[in-house]
Design a protein around this ligand. Structure first.
Ligand SMILES: Nc1ncnc2c1ncn2[C@@H]1O[C@H](COP(=O)(O)OP(=O)(O)OP(=O)(O)O)[C@@H](O)[C@H]1O
Length: 236
């Protein structure tokens, strides 16, 4: 799936938090989005998902997402937020099954396809042993792995992840990067924010740099994540 943003502009309290942002990420590409705190990275991911009021367009394989229902969008793009708290004592399995809601018919889930997708996502994230545990009682890293499993269970071929590795231990991080690489190999398109440019240089195909609501650079990770550009990006 080719993901394209065209002239996305978003204002909050009369302040531009996205300023005419355009990019294209091709099929089977693992891309990262970097920038200082408050640069607008989360806002950009949310804007792509249609969760922010913005000017501009988001196109998936040329299809304008604004004409799709939230359910149709959810079948195409999955989002992994930085954190997500829940009020009820949902199990891990329940949480991952929520990724299947856009596939529910007449409000009913748990068809065989749904069960398989949930089991597969738990397995892929190496958390099948947590299936019966209460999500709210897991560690931050375990919760993060559950949210990623939920996104995988959703079945869309485009993934947006907001700092997915920030609470994961070394082993889980390694598994996550391997998994994302396998997914792009299978044709997924992935955009992932990170605060670790040095790691990003090793892992990602392409990089987008963002500062004060603007994309300042986009290209192959090796061209964009140079020492000089990283220095400039984070300079105060
Ligand atoms: N709900 C909100 N209401 C008003 N302003 C907001 C809101 N959420 C974020 N902002 C502002 O929008 C700007 C962009 O925030 P955003 O969370 O997108 O940045 P970010 O690059 O993801 O930051 P971080 O790296 O710290 O997660 C910031 O100036 C932030 O203060």
């Amino acid at each position: 799936m080719t993901l394209a943003a065209r002239h996305l502009t978003c204002k909050r309290d009369h302040r531009l938090v996205l300023d005419n942002v355009s990019f294209t990420i091709g099929d089977g590409v693992l891309a990262c989005l970097l920038g200082p705190n408050g640069a607008g990275k989360t806002t950009l991911l949310r804007a792509v998902l249609g969760l922010e009021k913005v000017e501009g367009k988001v196109l998936l394989n040329g299809e304008d997402l604004s004409v799709l229902s939230p359910r149709e969008t959810a079948r195409r793009i999955a989002y992994v937020p930085q954190t997500h708290s829940v009020a009820f004592a949902y199990t891990v399995e329940d949480m991952v099954a929520m990724g299947r809601l856009s596939h529910a018919r007449f409000g009913l889930l748990a068809g065989q396809g749904d069960q398989e997708a949930v089991a597969e996502a738990l397995h892929l994230m190496n958390i099948a042993h947590l299936a019966g545990r209460a999500y709210a009682q897991l560690s931050g890293g375990e919760q993060q792995a559950v949210l990623i499993a939920r996104a995988l269970a959703q079945g869309g071929r485009t993934l947006l992840l907001d700092e997915p590795a920030s609470a994961l231990d070394f082993g889980q991080q390694k598994r996550l990067w391997t998994r994302l690489r396998e997914l792009v190999g299978a044709g997924y398109t992935i955009l992932c924010t990170t605060h670790d440019p040095l790691k990003a240089r090793q892992i990602f195909d392409e990089a987008l740099l963002m500062r004060r609501g603007r994309l300042t650079d986009i290209g192959s990770a090796s061209d964009v994540l140079t020492d000089g550009k990283i220095e400039a990006l984070y300079a105060s």
